[in-house]
Design a protein around this ligand. Sequence first.
Ligand code: C5P
Length: 220
Amino acid sequence: GRVPVICIDGPTASGKGTVAAEVAKRLGYHFLDSGAMYRVTALAATRAGLAIEPSQEAAIAALARALPVRFEDGKVLLGADDVTEAIRTEEAGMNASRVSALPSVRLALVDLQHGFQALPGLVADGRDMGTVIFPNAPYKVYMTASAACRAERRYKQLISKGISANISELRADLEARDARDQSRAVAPLKPAADAQWLDNSELSIDQSVQQVLAGWLQRQ
Ligand code: C5P
């Protein structure tokens, strides 16, 4: 379409969310945090008393199709409830990963994601932005970092919020989540064939932002 979309996909805690939001801000583009949609869906399912497992797929998908989620000023709202913090726990991430493996739940969230495509442009953050949701996007980045780096970053994030954490447990958790995301049947985490790889293990956030912006400018 005529709306430019920049896709940033990659594994858990690769920094892509932070980088994608900053790139969107600098370009004045809209920002899609697709992971938040899966996190909110998992939370809504849990609150509705649904177990997050394949036997509940139809019920969770029905819930996802009518998900009363809104993104406002950096806040995530589920109905009238501010769930910005509640969806960021490790448990919420693991539940999001389990809910996201259910094919009809993924399908239920497609229109909501496409709705973010608006002028002057969109930066979309997720696992399947470039492969499934916006396959014709002119610029796709596959952002990654070593598991050790990602665990350390997540650790520092939690500690800075006053949440205690264990770095080897965090690493085991994120590797388990990545393994599930990469091995699922529908829309598995993988780089799009036309994605540019960016390993930011040795880069600061600002350097990663610069690299993405430079890559985008080259395509103009
Ligand atoms: O990126 P974030 O950690 O918020 O994503 C939470 C979970 O949602 C991921 O582990 C993944 O299983 C799922 N997800 C997905 N497709 C996306 C974005 C997130 O399956 N586009």
